[in-house]
Write a protein that binds this ligand. Sequence first.
Ligand code: ATP
Length: 457
Amino acid sequence: MAEQVPGKVNMEKLVSLCQRRGFIFPSSEIYGGLSSCWDYGPLGVELKQNIKQAWWRAVVRERDDMVGLDASILMHPQTWVASGHLKQFTDPLVECKKCHLRWRTDEVTDQNCPSCGGELTEPHLFNLMFKTFMGPVEEEANVVYLRPETAQGIFVNFQNVLNTTRKRLPFGIAQIGKAFRNEITTGNFIFRSREFEQMEIEYFVKPGTDEEWFNYWLEERRNWYVNLGIKEENLQLRPHTKGELAHYARKCYDIDYLFPMGWAELEGIANRGDFDLAQHANYSGKSLTYLDEETNEHIVPYIIEPSAGVDRSVLAFLCDAYDEEPAEDEIRVLLHLHPALAPIKVAVLPLSKKENLAQLAREVYTELRPCWMVQYDDTQSIGRRYRRQDEIGTPFCVTIDFQSLEDKQVTIRERDSMNQIRLPIAELKGTLTAKLAGEDLFVLPPGGQIWKEERRD
Ligand code: ATP
């Protein structure tokens, strides 16, 4: 991977913004942090939830052929025997005899340690699953694993979902949840961590239609990112080579994003064939088939799996939204986040803290708060407050000034264009609803004004 892609935000700059503004902090920071674990702060948790909600809406709520699931993180240990994770979910590692750092074999080009140049051991297999014990006694019989992917929770519930929902093929099950991998090489901020979240779909189809559904989901998932604002030129579809294909996959494509350190996987789309249902049927002794009503035959459906990372999506949306613009004698930093993803949708900014103005501003705030995540800010100059909201991606600021007390009108200032309009408070909620839903134009009430300059006090 390249160190820094020209024109992309520098990762250190992004990490600093995320910490400074409360998007993402190192885990247990007061103790010095925990390697490759991250905590989402007040703004980060909103952004992350908005991403998950947008995904859920697109793949569950707005579709007839999908249902949701929330399976437990700890699963019967046999699950990981059947899935192949106990045997196959391993990275061959070499260890430096001098500094004891471990490296994936694909990271070392010769027999020496990339860090200190020391001699390396022969490769050893290292399982990426976190092991723990169930119950009070720590013995092998009680070993359970933290799931390394959410997918298996879906496969083992295939029959439960089929029986309770009466879905017919093709249909899918979607799940969002935590996954854990004891990754060897971590880094690049939240790109590769040891605890992360996945958004996975297992889409069950009739064998023979799998190729068609694979192509469908590839397109569908790419469009999801584009519709939420990711620039098309920053996405690419990359087929896996034969040597790269996972043991369960007949075919796999990565949706890659151009991160600051280069192209890397954002989401994987795999055609898993009948591998998973056949394996679990075999190991559990339960029938995991589907009665094809046309032929009256029991078949094992094929599975198309679009598997996305929540944290990698957070990183991609942040990188894509980050922008710097010259503004007077300073740089305006802004996040062009899609309104559906922006942590704060509207900031209410009274021009002064004076009692009568504050009261009106509070009334506006109280009216908007049930609709969206709204922030009230009355500290520092209005210019500073606009900059603060720009930097966290707030699409709209509503300014209340002394004139507002007289004419019951307020100003909306738009993040990207910096256009400002003045309109009656009575029209505020409707206008913001339209704007947040993506309507391009402000509907100006009679006598309304539109201007561009920043207003400063
Ligand atoms: P990579 O090759 O980058 O390790 P992978 O191919 O092992 O990823 P999958 O097993 O296909 O990843 O997992 C599906 C998705 O889960 C990935 O596309 C990614 O978005 C996310 N993901 C996987 N591992 C991690 C991790 N360690 N940290 C953050 N997200 C991850």
